[in-house]
Ligand binder design. Structure first.
Ligand SMILES: Nc1nc2c(c(=O)[nH]1)N[C@H]1C(S)=C(S)[C@@H](COP(=O)(O)OP(=O)(O)OC[C@H]3O[C@@H](n4cnc5c(=O)[nH]c(N)nc54)[C@H](O)[C@@H]3O)O[C@H]1N2
Ligand SMILES: Nc1nc2c(c(=O)[nH]1)N[C@H]1C(S)=C(S)[C@@H](COP(=O)(O)OP(=O)(O)OC[C@H]3O[C@@H](n4cnc5c(=O)[nH]c(N)nc54)[C@H](O)[C@@H]3O)O[C@H]1N2
Ligand code: SF4
Ligand SMILES: [Mo]
Length: 699
């Protein structure tokens, strides 16, 4: 008798926007998990390398980790197991009753950048057609929305990276602003290392000397929230050094005069006093970037998660444009998007003001196109809704603007939203909270109904990575019997809500519909299908036709603005919404650690990761620790105008003495978002996660 070993499935990681390729190989019968992760050397983005989160991802499939049955809240307040028929009837009846009494906008939907393109697309359609509500937004608003807004203003198009990661080693000078890929995208670090091996210069801008900053030729360590002044100061020095590319500015841009005027008001000594970065370092950075023949600026959440994030990114784009480092090979501005489908998730309509293909919901032509694909009257489509924080803040409020029911798919705002204690209280005020998730997250624990959905290796779908590369993430295991896919859940609810449009639950069929809905839009997927994605290592959008090769590099001939020119942003520096004062004398900034992902809903359930990063901490400088008389590991209270969090002190000279840092992956007493300030950027509505004023006390 011969036994054949079932082949490993080539698929992608459940977590971040690199979407590293991996193999899932079946394990022996009786193992705790059905598959194990193996290296997949042939995927070009990570070439086999995985971080610890990816290596241990199979643990998410374990029966004790993932939910296996629907849950409903009993009269006594407990969650108990229920059948699908019971929960779907209850949810549909509840949503319909609230809609009938308070209007469709009283029913809200909150999506996520981890959802596949098919789910994100279907969720936007579900909200606008099955529910008829304008009230939909998603956690990407908390992520890269400021960079997206700035990119659209400057270039007429938002794709995080306008070039593949593989171009990075070929640029001469790269400025990495508020990004810590050594912890947030470890396999991508190789590209920055190769840049230096090729003789290029790496400059890192971060208030902390991170593992990424340690690899830089130059580390600028600004006060949190002062990147805008820093970028203006560098432009000032480019002008002074005469390294502005006048021909490029004249031929390919508009609006330089106002950018120049703002930069002239930011002379080096003034910028040093605002940012804390010494003039000598400003000069060195400007010299490297200005004199290099090619250059890139990449931002991540540091400069973006600010109440002036859009203007801040605009100032960094201005620097690229003035130096002629955009729209040319091995040069340009890019944003390192974060979530697994952070790129595709922002293109297909789960955003409050958006229809598929990166279309505007206010544009009559866009409404007509998408309504035709959906088979509905364009006039029935709602208009723009409210942004993520505004949506969460309106939950359970009495009065006409209050949202009474919420469907959450792909987010855990109890941990990840700013001013989280307030948002948790708002969630508790809802008449109906429904959470679709694979695990019992902190938000699911508050729900009236929990719908267990298939995840990652249990289903197939497309993801668009941070480069704009559309890939197929293949199913590798059968889902547990009590679980349904998000697509199936939307279809089942739409049927019970008597939706006038059809909903399918086969991802390939939904993708075919998404293709048609996106056709002619900016994020055009019309030339893609599963067959092609099975054969290729991803295709870069726009890809408008089946014989189109895809677009790895954007803007080489023209920018996507009506006149083809990039637009300088008229920006000037302003302080963070909250500045330190006597009562709250320090800056708090927040971010990530290597072994935990986001709200931790997934990674805190993986033993290896919890062993590596067991809990929250407060990073502070030895001088501050000495003044407070705290020792390493001692509990420390951090207090802001929103609340108080307690976590052990971690003393390090890698942080500025005027700043403390907390990771945001944990709930409970050490929840960083108890402290954060929901001051919103006026354009992107991004909350100011990266800066608020706090005081620190011994407990
Ligand atoms: N391990 C891990 N990896 C992840 C994630 C995760 O949760 N864990 N999440 C994924 C997602 S969704 C995202 S969005 C990305 C985020 O990826 P990153 O943006 O790299 O991560 P952060 O730690 O949020 O912030 C980056 C850096 O910004 C710095 N910073 C803080 N304030 C400022 C400021 O005012 N100015 C500047 N210039 N820098 C500042 C912080 O010190 C931090 O080192 O990571 C993705 N990858
Ligand atoms: N203080 C502070 N707060 C922050 C940040 C910060 O830097 N500082 N960063 C912000 C950023 S950049 C982000 S992206 C947010 C992220 O924060 P969240 O939006 O909370 O993201 P996750 O923790 O990834 O939560 C995703 C949830 O959806 C589930 N899930 C994953 N995939 C699927 C799926 O396909 N279907 C369904 N139904 N569920 C799924 C997961 O199990 C998990 O419970 O946090 C933001 N909050
Ligand atoms: S870097 Fe991101 S995609 Fe790659 S293995 Fe780690 S979490 Fe997964
Ligand atoms: Mo993010």
């Amino acid at each position: 008798m011969t036994t054949t070993t079932p082949a490993a499935t080539a698929t992608h990681c459940p977590y971040c926007s690199l979407q590293c390729g991996m193999l899932l190989a079946p394990t022996a019968i009786g193992s705790a998990v059905p598959v194990q992760v193996r290296e997949r050397a042939d995927f070009p983005v990570n070439r086999g390398a995985l971080c610890g989160k990816g290596q241990n991802a199979a643990a998410l499939l374990a029966p004790g980790v993932r939910l296996s049955t629907p849950l409903v809240r009993t009269g006594g307040g407990e969650l108990r197991a229920a059948t699908w028929a019971e929960v779907l009837d209850r949810v549909a009846a509840g949503l319909a009753a609230i809609r009938a009494e308070h209007g469709a906008d009283a029913v809200g939907v909150f999506g996520g950048g981890g959802l596949t393109n098919e789910k994100a697309y279907q969720l936007g359609k579900f909200a606008r057609v099955a529910l008829g509500t304008a009230t939909i937004d998603y956690n990407g608003r908390f992520c890269m929305s400021s960079a997206a807004a700035a990119g659209r203003l400057a270039f007429g198009l938002d794709r995080g990276l306008p070039f593949p990661l593989a171009d990075i080693p070929h640029t001469e000078c790269l400025i990495l602003v508020g990004a810590n890929p050594a912890e947030t995208m470890p396999p991508a670090l190789r590209y920055f290392r190769e840049l230096r091996e090729n003789g290029g210069t790496l400059i890192v801008v971060d208030p902390r000397r991170t593992r990424t900053a340690e690899q830089a030729d130059l580390h600028l360590q600004p006060v949190p929230g002062t990147d805008l002044a820093l970028a203006l100061g560098l432009l000032h020095l480019l002008i002074a050094d005469q390294t502005v590319d006048a021909d490029f500015v004249a031929e390919r841009t508009t609006g330089f005069e106002s950018a120049r005027a703002a930069a002239m008001a930011h002379w080096p000594e003034r910028v040093e006093s605002v940012t804390g970065v010494p003039v000598s370092q400003l000069r060195e950075a400007a010299r490297h970037f200005g004199r290099a023949r090619t250059g890139m600026v990449l931002t991540a959440r540091g400069p973006e998660q600010q109440s002036k994030g859009t203007d801040t990114v605009g100032a960094w784009i201005n620097l690229c444009l003035a130096a002629g480092k955009a729209g040319r090979p091995y040069s340009g501005y890019g944003c390192l998007t974060g979530q697994g489908n952070g790129q595709g998730g922002r293109e297909h309509g789960q955003k409050a003001d958006q229809l598929p293909g990166y279309r505007s919901i206010e544009d009559p032509a866009a409404r007509a196109h998408v309504a035709a694909v959906w088979g509905v009257d364009p006039d029935t489509l709602p208009r723009s809704g409210r942004s993520a924080y505004e949506l969460l803040d309106s939950l359970g409020r009495p009065g006409p603007d209050g949202v009474r029911a919420l469907l959450v798919m792909g987010s855990n705002p109890v941990v990840s939203a700013p001013r989280a204690a307030h948002i948790t209280a708002r969630l508790r005020e809802l008449e109906l909270l429904v959470v679709c998730d694979a695990v019992l997250s902190e938000t699911a624990q508050l729900a009236d109904v929990v719908l267990p959905s298939t995840q990652w290796a249990e289903e197939t779908g497309t993801m668009t990575n941070l480069e704009g590369r559309v890939i197929l993430r293949r199913q590798a295991v059968a889902p547990p019997p009590g679980v349904r896919s998000d697509l199936w859940i939307m279809r089942a609810l739409a049927e019970r809500l008597d939706s006038q449009a059809e909903f399918d639950d086969d991802p390939e069929t939904v993708f075919a519909e998404l293709r048609r809905a996106s056709a002619g839009g900016q994020a055009d997927y019309a030339g893609l299908d599963y067959q092609r994605l099975r054969a290729e290592d991803g295709v870069f959008w726009p890809c408008p036709a089946e014989d189109h090769p895809g677009t790895p590099r954007l803007f080489l001939d023209r920018f996507a603005t009506p006149d083809g020119r990039a637009r300088f942003a008229p920006v000037t520096h302003r302080p963070a919404a909250e500045q330190p004062d006597q009562e709250y004398p320090l800056y708090l900034t927040t971010g990530r650690v290597l072994a935990q992902y986001q709200s931790g809903a997934q990674t805190r359930r993986v033993a290896e990761l919890t062993a590596a990063a067991p809990g929250p901490f407060v990073e502070l400088h030895p001088r501050l620790a000495a003044r407070l008389e705290v020792t390493d590991g001692e509990p420390l209270a951090v207090v802001s105008r929103r609340g108080r969090a307690v976590a052990p002190a971690r003393i390090t000279d890698a942080i500025r003495p005027d700043t403390v840092f907390m990771p945001f992956h944990w709930s409970g007493a050490g929840r960083a978002n108890t402290l954060t300030n929901p001051a919103l950027d006026p354009t992107s509505k991004m909350p100011e996660f990266k800066v608020c004023a706090v005081r620190v006390e011994k407990v």
